[in-house]
Design a protein around this ligand. Structure first.
Ligand SMILES: Nc1ncnc2c1ncn2[C@@H]1O[C@H](COP(=O)(O)OP(=O)(O)OP(=O)(O)O)[C@@H](O)[C@H]1O
Ligand SMILES: [Mg+2]
Length: 240
C-alpha cells in the first residue's frame, strides 16, 4: 500500500527525518511511536505533501508520489488527521465534515452516513459549532472529515492526545473497525500502550531514525520499548 524509502525531510537547516524507510501492507494498522521531537509529525506532514522531502521515495499503491502536492495526494487516497485536530471552530460539525470531501464530486450523503454510523455521538450535533464539542467529539470530527475523502491511507497524528482513556479506547476501537482492504492506517502515537494494542505492526522512531520495527506483540515484549515507552503500569494496561 505504502512504501517509504530513505526519506530525508525537515525545516530549513533542521533535518528531522534522516533516512526513514517503512511500509504498510493493505488493510494494516501500522503504528509509529516515538518521543517528543522524534519526527513523527514531520513524517506525516511529508507523506501528506505539506513538507517537501529532500530525498528519498514514497510509493503509494506502486505509484511514485514523492513531492506530489497535498491536494493531489488527497485525490490519490491520502488523508491526514493532523495533530491538534485543526477543526474550524466556529463552523458546524456538518460543515467541517463536508470540507473533507472538497476534492470529490457527486453525492456525499452516503459518506456522511458512514461517518455518523462510526461515531454516533455526532448525530445530534451536526448543527453545533465544532469548537463547542468535547475533545473526544472533536477528534471524531477530525477523523470523520478525513474519511469524507474516501482515503485508502489514513494518517493519524496522536489521536489520543489530551483525551480520557475511555474515550481514546472508543476511538481506537473505531479505527480497528475502519482498517480494511480499502483503508490502511498509519497511527502516530506517544501513547505506546494504546498504539501497540490497536495496531498490527509498529516502528519506533528516535531523532529522525527508525531504531526498531516488528509486530506489536514483539515490540511490547522488547526491553527497550518497555523501558522507554511503556514504563510502569505496562503489564496492567496490557492485561486489561
Ligand atoms: N516548523 C518547524 N520549523 C523548524 N523545526 C521544526 C518545525 N517543526 C518541527 N521541527 C523540529 O523537527 C523535529 C521533529 O519534530 P516533529 O514535530 O516531527 O516531532 P514529533 O515526533 O511529532 O513530536 P511531538 O511528539 O512533540 O509531536 C524537532 O526537532 C522539531 O523541533
Ligand atoms: Mg508531533
Amino acid at each position: 500500500m505504502l512504501r517509504v524509502e530513505n526519506l530525508v525531510s525537515g525545516y530549513g537547516r533542521i533535518v528531522a527525518l534522516k533516512g526513514v524507510s517503512l511500509h504498510i501492507n493493505r488493510g494494516e494498522i501500522v503504528t509509529l511511536i516515538g518521543a517528543n521531537g522524534s519526527g513523527k509529525s514531520t513524517l506525516l506532514g511529508t507523506l501528506a505533501g505539506l513538507i517537501r522531502p529532500r530525498s528519498g521515495h514514497v510509493h503509494l499503491k506502486d505509484r511514485e508520489v514523492t513531492r506530489h502536492r497535498p491536494e493531489k495526494l488527497v485525490r490519490q487516497g491520502v488523508a491526514l488527521v493532523p495533530e491538534g485536530r485543526q477543526l474550524f471552530a466556529p463552523m458546524s460539525v456538518h460543515d467541517n465534515l463536508i470540507l473533507g470531501a472538497y476534492t470529490r464530486r457527486g453525492d456525499t450523503s452516503e459518506d456522511m452516513e458512514n461517518v455518523l454510523a462510526l461515531f454516533p455521538d455526532l448525530k445530534d450535533r451536526l448543527g453545533q459549532a465544532a469548537g463547542t464539542l468535547s475533545g473526544g467529539q472533536q477528534q471524531m470530527v477530525a477523523i470523520g472529515r478525513a474519511l469524507m475523502s474516501r482515503p485508502s491511507l489514513l494518517l493519524l497524528d496522536e489521536p489520543s492526545m489530551g483525551l480520557a482513556p475511555r474515550i481514546s479506547q472508543e476511538i481506537f476501537q473505531a479505527l480497528r473497525g475502519l482498517a480494511s482492504a480499502e483503508c490502511s492506517i498509519l497511527l502516530v502515537e506517544q501513547n505506546a500502550h494504546l498504539a501497540l494494542a490497536a495496531a498490527d505492526r509498529g516502528y519506533v522512531l528516535e531523532t529522525g531514525q527508525i531504531v526498531l520495527e516488528g509486530d506489536c506483540e514483539t515490540l511490547r515484549h522488547n526491553r527497550d520499548v518497555q523501558r522507554a515507552y511503556l514504563g510502569r503500569g505496562y503489564q496492567e494496561a496490557w492485561e486489561e
